[in-house]
Design a binder for this molecule. Structure first.
Ligand code: FAD
Length: 428
């Protein structure tokens, strides 16, 4: 350990300022708990990382009194998900029957994170350290008890001592590795190429799935642009990258006719980002003094766009369970950390189970069939069944609301000092 390290101490140290970490920070800060959050990047304005804010998250934001501020963020409200097939456009998912929020909000993730960071920063007991990367765990008792993290900050090495460390550092979690926690890989037959194309006033209005033989596209309507996904077989990205970008442009133009006039916006492969899909789950989410939640505990498939929302549900459950233990004196017992895993395990397992089922039964066979460049026709049986709104609302309910929904249980916020600007946060 470096003797020149600076040292900080807190009741709780959160590693990672993604949806899980920021949502947890807001709630622990409101409860008056001394919290330090480390985020390795300098801001939240990074690559596309998913925009889907489902009704379950909208409800949490409302419970925290943040819904009005959230509503003022640039966004698109999606009430139905449609499929573009050879024989027309059909609704395949319908949020309109859901209460109290009958829509999915497409909001840049950085705007959501900035909002949560601003809210947490309004509490003097909360410290946000940007450009501060956790590098390992500090332990005592022969390694059994986690008592903090080591980190690299802009000013140099840092040690943060805390009664509880919560790893929210995403699917590549370094704390997961440092703690030696074992995960179960549930497998994924696909990866996703993400890219943006301009959206014109004459384009269709919806948000679409575009299934085809040997290929699958999704188009998220972001008002002035389309956030597009091309699902590819696992590991196939390199085969694409070896071809000129023109081959990719040509396929998009062939499959989605109204985009043909602007595929040139993808100038090089740098405009196309690869998401290596991984679905896994830790067998144990905790060690004495350490808990992992969000993607760090369970990486999700992009099916249903639920990763952000599950991470937020984890954070709410963790705050509800850990808040009282962290406001009382003493180090939280590992049994309390186990209670968080116990509460969130079943909803996570159910959603991952559905994702894996859909990956195996629909995505993998579709990607394995030979690509004739043509769209597929909407199967007759699906056409009949999905005429009923009740049936169309099932996928919206499963992914948009989820199972065993969490609600904010913390009392009145303590010690709010006022709002800070994004500039304040960046300067920190
Ligand atoms: C390209 C892409 C598209 C996606 N699309 C969707 C979608 O449409 N809908 C959806 O719901 N989900 C989507 N996801 C998944 C979603 O982003 C995640 O499930 C969700 O963000 C998980 O939240 P989290 O807070 O657990 O982790 P993350 O969002 O991964 O946050 C982890 C944070 O920890 C920070 N960090 C990592 N290591 C360290 C360290 N050592 N020290 C300090 N900080 C650290 C990271 O910088 C990051 O800010 C997508 C993901 C990707 C990559």
């Amino acid at each position: 350990m470096n003797n020149t390290s600076r040292t900080l101490s807190a009741r709780c140290c959160i590693v990672g300022g993604g949806p899980a970490g920021m949502m947890l920070a807001v709630q622990l800060a409101r409860a008056g708990i001394k919290v330090v959050l480390l985020e390795k990047h300098g801001d939240f304005l990074r690559d596309f990382r998913g925009d889907t804010v489902h009704p379950s998250t909208l409800e949490i934001l409302a419970e925290l009194g943040l819904k009005q501020r959230f509503d003022s963020l640039p966004q698109r409200r999606v009430e139905t998900i449609e499929g573009i097939f050879a024989d027309g456009i059909y609704a395949v998912g319908d949020f309109r029957g859901l209460k109290p929020y009958p829509y999915l909000a497409l909001v840049p993730q950085w705007d959501l994170l900035n909002l949560l960071a601003q809210e947490a920063q309004a509490y003097s007991n909360f410290t946000l350290l940007m450009r501060c990367e956790a590098t390992g765990l500090i332990r005592t008792d022969g390694g059994a008890q986690v008592v903090g993290v080591t980190a690299n900050a802009v000013e140099g090495p840092l040690q943060i001592y805390a009664d509880l460390v919560i790893g929210c550092d995403g699917r590549g979690s370094c704390l997961r590795e440092a703690a030696g926690l074992q995960s179960q890989n549930l497998g994924a037959p696909m990866d996703v190429l993400w890219f943006r194309l301009p959206r014109l006033g004459s384009d269709p209005e919806g948000t679409y799935a575009v299934p085809g033989k040997g290929n699958f596209f999704a188009l998220l309507n972001r008002n002035d642009y389309w956030q597009c996904a091309r699902v590819i077989p696992k590991g196939a990205a390199d085969r694409w990258y070896q071809q000129p970008i023109a081959a990719f442009q040509a396929q998009i133009a062939q499959r989605i006719a109204f985009l043909a006039d602007r595929v040139g916006a993808l100038a090089t492969w740098d405009d196309v980002k690869l998401l290596e899909v991984r679905v896994d789950r830790l067998l144990r989410w905790h060690r004495p003094g350490l808990l992992l939640i969000g993607d760090a505990a369970h990486a999700m498939s992009p099916i249903g766009g639920v990763g952000i929302n599950l991470a937020i549900q984890d954070a709410v459950a963790a705050a509800n369970i850990l808040g009282p233990a962290l406001t009382a004196p003493g180090v939280p017992d590992e049994a309390i950390l186990a209670a968080v895993q116990k509460r969130r395990l079943l909803p996570t397992k159910i959603i991952q189970g559905i994702q894996v089922f859909l990956q195996r039964r629909i995505i993998a066979p579709a990607l394995a069939s030979s690509d004739d460049g043509r769209p597929i026709a909407f199967p007759r049986a699906a056409k009949f069944i999905l005429r009923f709104r009740l049936i169309r609302s099932i996928p919206a309910r499963v992914f948009g609301v989820g199972f065993f929904r969490e609600h904010v249980m913390s009392g009145e916020p303590r010690g709010r000092t006022g709002k800070l600007s994004i500039r304040d946060i960046a300067r920190h």
